[in-house]
Design a protein around this ligand. Structure first.
Ligand code: HEM
Length: 552
């Protein structure tokens, strides 16, 4: 039969023989060659199958499913800039089987963040990650309009009157911490020691949670900030890893700890609310009080578990963002002694009472301080805590002609089912927009003719065009190249609080300590813990300090 059926039959005949004689070897061979074959067909598919000209260009990738996850995960900024060179401002890459269409630059920011929520949904992009951590009934677990109502209620807790009352509390917390934490006792007790040192990210993380809990979270939370609260916080935080983004639920210990912590934390807040309702605790001027007083548009109050879960969301939203920003700011200030000197002189000029003594800061004065605010703005330009803002594409969306120029002369379509990604990091570090973008230069914010000042005008709530997305009028800011707090309907509500918290913390530290870096360079970003955050846990970085008071 070999002769009658030709060469293919001969090959098959011998193959069958070989398999029958060496079954184990053949299974091994098949197992080893399967991934290679998968790679081969994946590459072939990309090179051979003609592209649909209406789709954005796709970034070439070797590994099926994994796609460009390694390049994106290692250094998203470098990856985006390289892709822009090759494909333009709009392109699609594969991230663990998902198609992510990136739109870069101020026009790209406007396209994604200024889009309709029925086209680009934050809820559908984030809910599987956030709902297990925050809990049900809030944020991305509810329809868009309901969440906008919740943002509006939370904004009451961030009113100017509340912010005014928070400054003194933040000042007290920072001074108490610096006066009692073991990192800072060394130099006060030991006259022979010239410089003390502390791990800046660790210390900033503690100061951030202390100051946020004393102000926004309320006195009951502040009083309970013990080891068990920190453990609950850490377990919840462990629910925000790349693995959680890929798989909302896995039978792993970290997932179980996340779920247990969510329940306990929720119960903890509900108990505070119940006690306050019974009148056992005096009403405070904090976020819980604000949420208990406010009503939805239909006249109903928020239910206790909703308040509890929104409080968890607010705790998580403000912690890494603020503590990473203050860490980066201090690293830059310690690196550049001229900036540090200018900051100190600003404190003396505005608050000095002679002989190295200072009076308290007020909210209205803090807002006017040129140097400290420029340092914060410049820190957020170079190190925005969130480098990728993501939406799920819910219907086919045409890309504006100014952003896309496919060969056919029409416009690209971002198809339903893709994710859309806007990156403030790219537009904030773009050499086409900013002069010397890699230089940390707060003075760019003080020059009214600089790009920075113009970008800030478009972005700032005081100067930009206002829109009400359902949580009060805010500056639209979607087409600004500077948007560290996002833009459009999902814009951050914590911006003013963050400036106040950061400004007060930096002011108090600068008054007390002279800072110096351990090595002569500011460390690089660490992108490895979270997909979207610029710096979650930077490498432990020591800052050396000299206490002006003790003369150490
Ligand atoms: C949204 C950044 C502090 C509460 C956002 C977004 C960014 C951001 C980029 C937009 C997310 C998106 O479009 O996908 C920051 C930075 C902070 C900070 C850089 C500090 C330096 C805070 C604080 C709070 C807070 C202190 C709470 C008081 C929120 C809320 C949203 C938000 C409620 C709205 C989310 C939405 O509408 O989808 N923030 N944030 N943030 N942030 Fe912040």
């Amino acid at each position: 039969s070999q002769h009658t059926h030709g060469p293919l039959a001969i090959v098959l005949y011998h193959t069958q023989d070989y398999v029958a004689a060496n079954p184990t070897r053949c299974v091994l061979l098949a197992l080893l060659s399967a991934p290679l074959l998968a790679i081969f067909f994946n590459v072939l598919k990309q090179l051979v199958i003609p592209k649909d000209p209406s789709l954005p260009p796709e970034v070439f990738y070797w590994l099926p499913l994994i796609g460009s996850a390694i390049q994106y995960g290692n250094d998203p900024l470098k990856f985006f800039f390289q892709c822009r060179e090759k494909y333009g401002d709009v392109f699609t890459f594969v991230l663990f089987g998902r198609k992510i269409t990136v739109a870069l630059g101020d026009k790209g920011n406007n396209f994604v963040l200024g889009g309709k929520h029925t086209s680009f949904s934050a809820k559908d992009a984030y809910t599987h990650l956030t709902t297990p951590v925050f809990g049900k009934g809030v944020v991305y677990d509810v329809p868009h309009e309901v969440f906008m109502g919740q943002k509006k209620m939370a904004k009451v807790g961030l009113s100017v009157d509340n912010l005014r009352s928070y400054v003194g509390m933040i000042e007290d917390e920072v001074e108490e911490f610096l006066g009692s934490d073991s990192n800072f006792l060394v130099s006060q007790e030991n006259d022979n020691q010239d410089w003390g040192c502390f791990d800046v990210t660790e210390v900033m993380s503690q100061i951030t949670i202390l100051t946020a809990s004393r102000t926004l979270q309320g006195k009951e939370v502040r009083e309970c900030l013990d080891k068990s609260f920190s453990e609950l916080y850490n377990d919840l935080d462990g629910g925000f890893t790349p693995l959680n983004f890929m798989f909302p639920n896995l039978p792993l210990d970290s997932y179980r700890r996340r779920d247990r912590a969510q329940q306990k934390m929720s119960q903890f807040y509900v108990e505070i609310i119940t006690k306050r309702r019974r009148g056992n605790l005096s009403a405070e001027r904090d976020m819980i009080a604000a949420l208990m007083e406010q009503k939805y548009r239909d006249g109903s109050f928020m239910r206790d578990h909703e308040i509890a879960h929104l409080m968890i969301a607010i705790l998580m939203a403000g912690q890494h963002t603020s503590s990473a920003t203050s860490s980066w700011a201090l690293l830059h200030v310690a690196h550049d002694q001229n900036i540090q000197k200018a900051l100190y002189e600003e404190q003396v000029k505005y608050f000095g009472t002679g002989e190295g003594q200072f009076r308290s800061v007020t909210y209205d004065e803090l807002r006017q301080l040129p140097i400290v605010n420029s340092v914060i703005r410049e820190t957020l330009r170079m190190h925005p805590p969130l480098h990728s803002l993501i939406r799920k594409v819910c219907e086919d969306v045409p890309v504006p002609p100014t952003l896309s120029s496919p060969s056919g002369g029409g416009t690209y379509i971002v198809p339903k089912g893709h994710y859309a990604l806007s990156s403030p990091s790219v537009s904030q570090m773009d050499p086409l927009v900013w002069l010397k973008p890699n230089d940390f230069d707060p003075s760019r914010w003080l020059d009214p003719n600089d790009t920075a000042a113009k970008a800030f005008c478009v972005y700032s709530d005081e100067m930009g065009d206002k829109v009400d997305y359902g949580f009060g009028a805010v500056s639209k800011g979607t087409d600004s190249p500077y948007q560290p707090f996002g833009a459009g309907r999902h814009r951050c509500i914590g911006e003013q609080f963050a400036y106040l918290q950061l400004g007060t913390i930096i002011s108090i530290i600068i008054r007390k300590f002279k800072l110096q870096l351990e090595v002569d360079r500011v460390p690089d970003h660490n992108y490895h813990v979270s997909f979207f955050e610029t710096l979650r846990f930077p490498p432990p970085t020591l800052l050396y300090y000299e206490d002006y008071d003790s003369g150490a």
